[in-house]
Design a protein around this ligand. Structure first.
Ligand code: PLP
Length: 437
């Protein structure tokens, strides 16, 4: 794993990255502690000094298949490159698009079809918001405060987590409280009472906003970046019932949890009987080998758009090479029974999470679903910091440095540590991660 890449040694690569301006989203305090990665294999990555890291959050919870690309996926990509690297979806169709659409529809509940393939989760949500508005002729979208839906204009407006930083957000996005809003715990309420109160509040909001104006309730099946906020029993079924009662679409954002993360193909499969009208996903769709996302909509919506085409698109939507990788990735996921493997690893993963939470005084609690976990950190005085007040840059930088030292690449969004390794991780590697953690 110390092989030179091309004509450059790993050391030369490291020196070059350090010398050249590196503009990333990260402030330099944090950026300077980031490893310079030269290559990877399985659940591991290596830096330019030859140091080995366990990928403890699948990067941005997206390299679900790990860092080794199988021969099948490589040859699917090569074959598409040989045929043609690109045709524009608005001017020409290609065979891989039909194949991808078919395989996605086959893993979705009946009545949902994978129909659009933009390049990122944000764009998928952007397209879905436009579709919901066009289909219903209504404008308002209800989302949770504790949520992340993307970085483009509408997907950022749908996001609750960063809302307080805006001076004046555009109208049209209405924020509802999550059933488990982290700090405000519905003191003393049982799970059933929490669910009931949350649904009553949501219904009240629909009525005040006017059901005639609400196009869609758009939620993450399990809020991920907000801290793996698993939902109380019966809540999502209640949301579905409210949508049906008031003629509102239900859009479930599966960008992070879709394609096996929580031990089911889709996060919403944890909620018996719930089928959304719109599903968006990305990340695990191609295991991030190529940038690609998806929008799936109900048959009724498909019929509507047959008659009423929508002026939405982007040059790289339905990119043939990206679709070839996604198709081969899904096929491989199914033939290797990755979901069965996640189900097998889940209790082992959860036992470690539990042990972590009970043995560390700085950890208040854990949440886990499949290979998707979060640990809540407490302040040195033992109190739980509010999500808003947690020190961001310093804490994140300190954490990245500490992880770097022990050989983990992980994600800390104060006050939550995220743990979401590649879905192919084995028992020994899970143990190794928690020992380092
Ligand atoms: N939706 C959810 C639930 C996400 O977790 C993310 C990214 O983390 C997005 C949307 C945005 O996806 P992307 O970063 O690919 O634009």
């Amino acid at each position: 794993h110390n092989q030179p890449m091309g004509s450059w040694s790993n050391e030369q690569i490291g020196a070059s990255v350090k010398e050249n301006v590196m503009l990333t989203w990260a402030p330099s305090k944090m950026k300077n502690n980031l490893p310079i990665i030269t290559h990877g294999e399985g659940v591991y990555l290596w830096d330019s000094n030859g140091k080995k890291y366990l990928d403890w959050t699948s990067q941005a919870v997206c390299t679900n298949g790990g860092h080794t690309v199988s021969e099948n996926i490589k040859s699917a990509v090569a074959e598409q490159l040989d045929r043609t690297p690109f045709v524009y979806g608005g001017m020409a169709m290609c065979e891989v698009r039909a194949r991808l659409s078919n395989i996605i529809s086959s893993v979705l509940p009946e009545g949902l079809t994978g129909c659009a393939f933009p390049s990122s989760g944000s764009e998928a949500n952007e397209a879905a918001i436009t579709m919901a508005r066009r289909y219903t002729g209504k404008t308002k979208i209800i989302n949770w405060y504790r949520s992340y839906h993307g970085g483009t204009t509408n997907s950022l407006e749908a996001t609750g987590d960063f809302r307080r930083w805006y001076i004046q957000p555009p109208p049209g996005f209405v924020k509802a409280h999550n059933p488990n809003p982290y700090f405000f715990e519905f003191a003393g309420a049982t799970e059933e009472e929490k669910t009931e109160m949350s649904l009553l509040m949501l219904e009240e909001q629909i009525l005040y906003e006017g059901a005639d104006h609400v196009a869609c309730i758009m939620l993450e099946s399990i809020p991920g970046a907000a801290g793996v906020l698993t939902l109380p029993e019966g809540y999502m079924q209640g949301v579905r019932a409210l949508c049906d009662k008031y003629g509102i679409l239900l859009h479930l954002d599966e960008v992070m949890v879709g394609f096996g993360r929580t031990g089911n193909m889709w996060g919403f499969q944890h909620y018996d009987g719930v089928v959304p009208d719109i599903v968006t996903s990305a990340k695990g769709l191609s295991s991030s080998i190529t940038p690609i996302s998806m929008v799936a909509v109900s048959d009724k919506m498909m019929e509507f758009f047959e008659e009423n085409p929508m002026g939405w698109g982007s040059t790289f939507q339905a990119h043939p090479v990206a679709m070839a990788a996604a198709y081969a990735n899904i096929k491989e996921m199914l033939s290797n029974d990755v979901i069965g493997h996640v189900q097998e690893m889940a209790p082992i993963f959860e036992a470690h999470m539990k042990e972590c939470a009970s043995s560390h005084p700085s950890i208040k609690q854990y949440r886990a679903a499949g290979l998707f976990g979060a640990l809540d950190i407490v302040s040195p005085d033992g109190t739980q910091p509010h999500h808003f007040n947690a020190p961001r840059t310093e804490a994140t930088a300190a954490y990245a440095k500490a992880f770097n030292e022990v050989g983990l690449i992980g994600l800390f969004r104060p006050p939550v540590i995220h743990i979401a390794p590649p879905l192919i991780i084995n028992e020994a590697e899970i143990k190794e991660g928690f020992e380092k953690q």
